[in-house]
Design a protein around this ligand. Structure first.
Ligand code: HEC
Ligand code: HEC
Ligand code: HEC
Ligand code: HEC
Ligand code: HEC
Ligand code: HEC
Ligand code: HEC
Ligand code: HEC
Length: 254
């Protein structure tokens, strides 16, 4: 009686729904089977993860020691770096994972990134970096020499650019120092922007361009101390600028 009504109910269901039902039943059976085969044994024991994973992670070799470990044996470097711009950059960022070195310092020597290509990984110009992050153009910024020849990696404060002209123009300064122009400061004749000592070729000082410039002190009617020798600008070497005959850093006439 019950079997007959069930068969009649099944026959009343449309054929396509019966086919779909069969596919659905197969899918469910497949998923249940796959769960048995594919889900790892200890999954879910302690939470939504494989409990045995903890053991296999614990078994992995430790690579990093953490910066606190470095501080115990290298306190001077740690102190220096701790006060510097690089205080937020951990030792092992630059020196690589060093757990082995901590266990046996003499057997495992950490490498140090001395080559010029390394620092621009963080400091090379890249518009996506945060505004104000110190960036340089590695092609233009003091080319060729390694960064660490000017910047201490553990305290990378930029060095003070040289203040005296003689630091870079030694030959001119030494020549002028024994000349009649010894008392004239370089800036008497050259207008120099402060940035010239940082980017010399981009920020060029001015140079005198006219005879009248020298005439300010040497013309007959110049308002300058009387011991300065005078020439008549109109007749003295006309048609040439003065420094075609007188080297301005060591002018000689006798
Ligand atoms: C147990 C003490 C100890 C700890 C901890 C330690 N170091 Fe050292 N480290 C030394 C000693 C000793 C030397 C000197 C080896 C030598 O001069 O031959 C050294 C040398 C170095 C050198 C120079 C290698 C060279 O070629 O001159 C670097 C770089 C260095 N350590 C980085 C680190 C870093 C990074 C850490 C932290 C992960 C660290 N150290 C932790 C003892 C230690
Ligand atoms: C920004 C990258 C950077 C960071 C961060 C850094 N170092 Fe260095 N370290 C270098 C470079 C580059 C050299 C090589 C310097 C040289 O040859 O003049 C070096 C050299 C060393 C040396 C060997 C020479 C020396 O000065 O005695 C030791 C030891 C050292 N580092 C330890 C450390 C420790 C400890 C820390 C963390 C407190 C650390 N470093 C953080 C880049 C770094
Ligand atoms: C992992 C990234 C990283 C690496 C690698 C790195 N630095 Fe830095 N550097 C920083 C950070 C972060 C600062 C601090 C920026 C700030 O204060 O806003 C900094 C600051 C500086 C400054 C200070 C700039 C200023 O504002 O006056 C100089 C110079 C510098 N680094 C040079 C170097 C040199 C040279 C190297 C290679 C030995 C190097 N850096 C490697 C991240 C890095
Ligand atoms: C010949 C010496 C020299 C060399 C080599 C050098 N620098 Fe500099 N660096 C300076 C001086 C001087 C300044 C400060 C003047 C300035 O702001 O340009 C400076 C400034 C910086 C600044 C700060 C810029 C800012 O806007 O605050 C960063 C970052 C820097 N250098 C990174 C580097 C990196 C990275 C290298 C290697 C690719 C390098 N420097 C090579 C001399 C040098
Ligand atoms: C950091 C080094 C440095 C310092 C400091 C420096 N200069 Fe220069 N200066 C240079 C370089 C490099 C050049 C370019 C030389 C070239 O291109 O042949 C230059 C060029 C010049 C020029 C020629 C410009 C041109 O267009 O021919 C004058 C003038 C000059 N410097 C004057 C000065 C004076 C004055 C001072 C001091 C207030 C000074 N410099 C400080 C490095 C420096
Ligand atoms: C009396 C004016 C005067 C003074 C002082 C002077 N200069 Fe000059 N300097 C000149 C003139 C004029 C030129 C241009 C020469 C030319 O265009 O050929 C020049 C050119 C230069 C140049 C370009 C390269 C060269 O030799 O022609 C440099 C660099 C320079 N001066 C540096 C200095 C420095 C550094 C000092 C200080 C130690 C100094 N000058 C002082 C007048 C002066
Ligand atoms: C700020 C004033 C001043 C300017 C500008 C100046 N000079 Fe002079 N010059 C002097 C002084 C001061 C002496 C030395 C006078 C003395 O004590 O004999 C001198 C001496 C000389 C002498 C004489 C050397 C000798 O053998 O007696 C010559 C030549 C000369 N300057 C050329 C120039 C030229 C060229 C320029 C332009 C590039 C120039 N000066 C710009 C102040 C100046
Ligand atoms: C054609 C080359 C030439 C030119 C251009 C020239 N001079 Fe002379 N200058 C000389 C010679 C040569 C002497 C030495 C002989 C003399 O006194 O006539 C001299 C002498 C001087 C003396 C020394 C005068 C004395 O009484 O001791 C001064 C100052 C002087 N020149 C300044 C200048 C000035 C300023 C200019 C540019 C306006 C200039 N010269 C242009 C060639 C030149």
């Amino acid at each position: 009686m019950a079997g007959r009504s069930a068969r009649r109910w099944v026959a009343a269901v449309p054929q396509q729904v019966r086919h779909l039902g069969a596919i659905f039943a197969l899918l469910v059976a497949g998923l249940v089977g796959a769960r048995q085969v594919l889900v790892p044994k200890t999954f879910g024991e302690r939470g939504h993860y494989r409990a045995a994973a903890v053991d296999s992670i614990v078994a992995q070799e430790i690579g990093y020691a953490g910066h606190a470990a470095c501080e115990t044996c290298h306190p001077d470097i740690a102190d220096k770096k701790g006060q510097s711009y690089h205080r937020g950059v951990a030792c092992e960022v630059c020196h690589g994972p060093q757990a082995a070195h901590v266990l046996a310092p003499m057997d495992h020597k950490p490498p140090a990134p001395r080559e010029r290509a390394y620092c621009p990984l963080c400091h090379g110009y890249n518009p996506s970096r945060p505004t104000g992050f110190p960036q340089i153009d590695p092609v233009l910024h003091n080319p060729v020499r390694p960064c660490i020849s000017c910047h201490d990696p553990h305290d990378p404060t930029p060095p003070h650019p040289p203040e005296s002209c003689a630091a870079c123009h030694g030959e001119i300064a030494r020549t002028k120092a024994i000349s009649y122009h010894a008392e004239l400061p370089c800036t008497q004749c050259h207008a120099v922007d402060r940035r010239h000592s940082v980017s010399p070729r981009q920020q060029r000082p001015s140079k005198p361009t006219t005879r009248e410039f020298c005439g300010r002190c040497h013309a007959q009617d110049a308002d300058s101390p009387p011991e300065i020798p005078r020439v008549d600008l109109a007749s003295h070497g006309p048609g040439y600028v003065c420094w075609q005959c007188h080297y301005p850093h060591h002018p000689e006439a006798r």
